[in-house]
Write a protein that binds this ligand. Structure first.
Ligand SMILES: [Zn+2]
Length: 481
């Protein structure tokens, strides 16, 4: 009897192991390689044009009074003289003074249009960081094979590549099959509310339903997946939401020579700590799951085993992903304090202390969930918790990798990036394209840059080969039927 029991256990155990191995080996297929085309026919002047674009300081500041609008006017002039064919042939609409929609009418009005977008503004370079740059930050210097300066990657490379591609095609008397709208926002770095939001509203008003909206976001990664030994192109298919949560504590202050046991600052401090002590629950959303499906088969045995047996190893997988801040942000709604304010004088105990948490919300959750989490974590009536409405953006819906538009960008990526693996991706930052997600199920974020570096940071730069590949990519998209 006992022997039979032992056998049953052994049998179950072997079955269990067999199932894990079966799943692992079924998951272990070679990720195919598709033929790519050589990047040809791109004018050498493109690099010089990007260099000049960088030199025009179209900087967005949070304090809008600090924005130098003459630079944005200068940029408009630069576009006009650098791309005469576009400005002669394509009607341009000006939105909120400095954002633009160019309409390139297609041959076949029955086809739904494409919207190809980029933004022209850049983030500032802090005076203190300037000395850490290898070249002056707005010099647009071309050193060897690389173009340097603020905006070289984010997002003037895309803007210039789109203009270069269209200019060249228009000069060759090319007319696209479907109508293409080229859209350029001027305030993406400060929410896009005057630029992209108004551009999207215009499309809604005109009742235009695009077949595709393509914006910045995903690119080609060569660092984060070393096991694969191949570049991975991540195409953004959805964005996390955005909300700021305010914490306010009011308590009578007084002279600092006779402090009470607890001040407004102390209460706020402990509230911040309580929120930071825990994370909102982990969730593997559809785009992240799809990323595993695409890249998993090329990984090592242990990774393949974990990814193909998530019913068993899910917690281990989550634990692993939580170890790096990049992957942690993919599976959690994040919360971090970004502004803390209290006090006006060194010998006065302040009567009010405030903090702002910035939160990026996973698809499937809402800003109300974030608010409820913060209130519950603090659990202290002396702390007033509220969410800001002004910058609130709920998470977007996501584009399916089975959508023809995803497949189109995927196919173009195989053609432009040799040996690449393509995957959907959840964007943890926000882009202008979020304003289109409410009325289009076909928003994708991608440009085929491979070695672009330093966006929003020091030594922002892009190799000329990347810029040329991007122009080639946009040209293929514009000329496809
Ligand atoms: Zn950007």
């Amino acid at each position: 009897m006992f022997k039979r029991f032992l056998f049953a256990i052994l049998f179950a155990f072997l079955g269990f192991i067999a199932l894990i191995l079966f799943n692992t080996f079924r998951f272990s297929k070679t990720i195919p390689v598709y033929p790519s085309a050589a990047v040809t026919g791109i004018s050498d002047s493109a690099a010089v044009h990007l260099s000049r674009a960088i030199q025009i300081k179209t900087v967005s500041f949070g304090d809008t009074l600090a924005i130098d609008t003459t630079e944005f006017l200068k940029f408009r002039g630069f576009l006009g003289t650098t791309y005469p064919a576009i400005h002669q042939k394509l009607p341009r609409q000006i939105i909120s003074e400095f954002s633009y929609i160019y309409t390139w009418v297609g041959k076949n009005p029955s086809l739904k249009p494409y919207i190809i977008m980029a933004h022209m503004d850049v983030v500032p370079v802090e005076a203190i960081a300037e000395k850490n740059w290898t070249v002056p930050s707005f010099s647009g210097m071309i050193k060897g094979d690389t173009i340097w300066g603020r905006g070289a990657v984010d997002d003037k490379a895309s803007a210039i590549a789109i203009f270069e591609a269209a200019e060249q095609l228009i000069k060759e008397n090319f007319q696209p099959e479907r109508t293409i709208y080229l859209c350029f926002g001027h305030d993406e770095e400060i929410s896009g509310k005057r630029g992209a939001a108004k551009i999207a509203a215009w499309f809604k008003e005109q009742n235009i339903h695009p077949e595709m909206v393509l914006d910045e976001g995903g690119q080609v990664d060569t660092e984060h997946f070393p096991e694969l030994k191949r570049p991975v192109a991540v195409i953004g298919v959805g964005e996390k939401g955005y909300v700021n949560i305010d914490l306010v504590v009011e308590k009578p202050g007084g002279h600092s020579s006779m402090p009470p046991t607890e001040t407004a600052i102390d209460i706020l401090n402990s509230a911040i700590e309580k929120v930071r002590l825990h994370q909102m629950p982990a969730c593997i959303t559809a785009p992240v799951h799809q990323l595993f499906e695409r890249i998993g088969p090329g990984g090592g045995f242990v990774n393949r085993m974990a990814l193909s047996n998530q019913w068993l190893f899910k917690n281990l997988l989550i634990h692993q992903l939580e170890k790096s801040k990049e992957t942690n942000a993919l599976i959690h709604t994040t919360l971090v304090p970004t502004i803390v304010k209290a006090g006006i004088k060194d010998n006065v105990i302040p009567s009010v202390a405030k903090a702002t948490f910035n939160s990026r919300i996973l698809p499937g959750e809402t800003s109300e969930d974030v608010l409820a989490f913060v209130k519950k974590a603090i659990n202290d009536e002396r702390v007033t918790v509220s969410k800001q409405q002004i910058s609130l953006m709920e998470p977007s819906n996501t584009t399916s990798p089975d959508h023809p538009v995803f497949k189109k960008i995927e196919a173009l990526t195989y053609k432009t990036v040799p040996n690449v693996i393509v995957s959907p991706y959840l964007m943890v930052g926000a882009t202008d394209s979020r304003y289109f997600r409410s009325f289009s199920d076909a928003v994708v974020n991608f440009a085929p840059m491979i070695n672009a570096k330093g966006f929003h940071g020091i030594d922002e730069r892009i190799p000329i080969t990347d810029l040329h590949r991007m122009i080639f990519f946009y040209k293929m998209l514009m000329t496809e039927k």
